[in-house]
Design a protein around this ligand. Sequence first.
Ligand SMILES: [Zn+2]
Length: 90
Amino acid sequence: MDRERKAALDKTRPNSSRRGYDGTWEVLAKAFLAEPGNDKCQCGRPATLVAHKVSIKRRPDLRLERTNWRPSCGRCNNRDTAEDRRKQRI
Ligand SMILES: [Zn+2]
């Protein structure tokens, strides 16, 4: 009985973890953006996501480290991601 219920729960879980983002991250990121002072990106546009100051490609251990977070908008995040990729080629 218990095992069946667990299997059913597993099936309802979102599979966003495949992209490296799990439910915990979504919840923490939303809460972070809801805090005072975290509603704006550095460019002044409304923050829509949480970016990592140090890329989690370099430091995956800092993914859930709040001191490594900053509010960001999609545009800046795309630019930073592109920049990061460029740096990695050098
Ligand atoms: Zn921005």
